[in-house]
Design a protein around this ligand. Structure first.
Ligand code: G3P
Length: 287
C-alpha cells in the first residue's frame, strides 16, 4: 500500500510502542507522525518492567523509558512525535517550560504536549516564542481553541497542533465530530499557525469523517488504522455522511481570534478530568 493520492490530511498513530509504529508503516506504506501521552507510554513493556521490579520506579526511570521509546519512534515518522510534559492541577508554567525544553532535546521532530489551562498556555506562549513546536491537548471548546491561537501568534504554520478530543465528548452524549467541524471551520481563513489534530478517535467513522472535513491531521490508535487498511484506505470527499446517532451537536460560535488569550474561558470539566487521568497513570507507576 502507499499514501492515497487524494489524501490531504496527515495520518498519525496514537500509541506508545515503536513495534506498533513499524507494523503500521509496513501496513499502510507510510505514516506521517505519532502522538504519545502518559497513559499510552505507561502501557509499554519498558515501563511495566520498571514498575514490576523489586524496587519502585523512580521518576527518572520513567523519563528514561519515555526517552528510549520516543527516540526509537522519531526516525520512523517524518513529521513529528508529540511528547507530553507531566502536568497535574498544581503544575506551574515554569515547570512545564523547563520540562518542555528538555524533552525538545531528545529528538529533532518533537511537538511538546501541554494541557489547555492558564499555566499550559503561558508555557505554550513562552516555548513557541523560543521556536519550539507544541501540541495543545485535551481541547473541548471553541473558546479553548481560540485561546490557543491567540496565545501562540508568533508561531509558524505547522508549529502548533491543537487536539480536539472526539471520543470523550461522545462519551457524554455530545457530538464530538460536530465540535471538530466547528474547529476546522474556525481556523479555515486564519494564518494557519494552528493545525487541528483530531484526537481521541474511537471508530473508523470518526477517522473517515475527519478526512472528509479536511482536518490537517488525525491521530488514531493502531486498531483503527488497521481497519482503514482492511477497507483499502478509502479517502472520502466532502459528501461523506457521518451518522452521529442520538449525540447532541454543537452549534458554531463566532470567535475573535485577535483577542487577548486571557479573555477566553479556558474551563472544561473534561480538561480537568483528562489532566487528572494522565497524572494518575504516570504516578501509579511510581508506587
Ligand atoms: O489522542 C488522545 C487519546 O490518546 C485519548 O484517547 O480514547 O483515551 O479518549 P481516549
Amino acid at each position: 500500500m502507499k499514501r492515497p493520492d487524494n489524501l490531504t490530511t496527515k495520518i498519525f498513530l496514537d500509541g506508545g510502542d515503536p513495534n506498533e509504529t513499524r507494523e503500521i508503516i509496513a501496513l499502510l506504506g507510510f505514516l506521517d507522525g505519532q502522538t504519545t501521552n502518559p497513559s499510552l507510554v505507561a502501557k509499554n513493556p519498558l515501563f511495566q518492567e520498571c514498575s514490576n521490579g523489586d524496587t519502585a520506579c523512580t521518576d527518572d526511570d520513567l523519563w528514561r523509558a519515555y526517552k528510549e521509546i520516543v527516540t526509537e519512534i522519531s526516525p520512523l515518522v517524518p513529521e513529528s512525535v508529540s511528547i507530553e510534559v507531566y502536568a497535574d492541577k498544581d503544575t506551574k508554567a515554569e515547570s512545564m517550560i523547563e520540562k518542555g525544553l528538555e524533552l525538545n532535546t531528545w529528538i529533532p521532530n518533537a511537538h511538546i504536549k501541554l494541557p489547555i489551562t492558564t499555566e499550559g498556555l503561558k508555557a505554550a506562549s513562552a516555548l513557541t516564542e523560543q521556536g519550539l513546536k507544541v501540541n495543545m491537548t485535551l481541547c473541548f471548546t471553541q473558546d479553548q481553541a481560540a485561546a490557543v491561537y491567540a496565545a501562540t501568534k508568533t508561531a509558524n504554520p505547522g508549529d502548533v497542533y491543537l487536539s480536539p478530543f472526539v471520543g470523550r465528548l461522545d462519551d457524554r452524549n455530545e457530538d464530538g465530530m460536530s465540535y471538530v467541524k466547528n474547529v476546522v471551520k474556525m481556523f479555515k481563513d486564519s494564518d494557519h499557525h494552528v493545525s487541528p489534530l483530531v484526537a481521541s478517535v474511537r471508530s473508523l467513522e470518526h477517522f473517515m469523517y475527519s478526512l472528509s472535513l479536511g482536518a490537517d491531521i488525525v491521530t488514531a490508535p493502531g486498531s483503527i488504522l488497521r481497519e482503514w487498511a482492511e477497507a483499502g484506505m478509502p479517502v472520502p470527499d466532502s459528501s461523506y455522511e457521518y451518522d452521529a446517532g442520538e449525540l447532541v451537536a454543537f452549534d458554531y460560535q463566532e470567535k475573535n481570534l485577535e483577542e487577548d488569550w486571557q479573555n477566553f474561558d479556558l474551563s472544561h470539566e473534561l480538561t480537568d478530568k483528562g489532566i487528572e487521568r494522565f497524572a494518575a497513570d504516570w504516578n501509579n507507576l511510581l508506587k
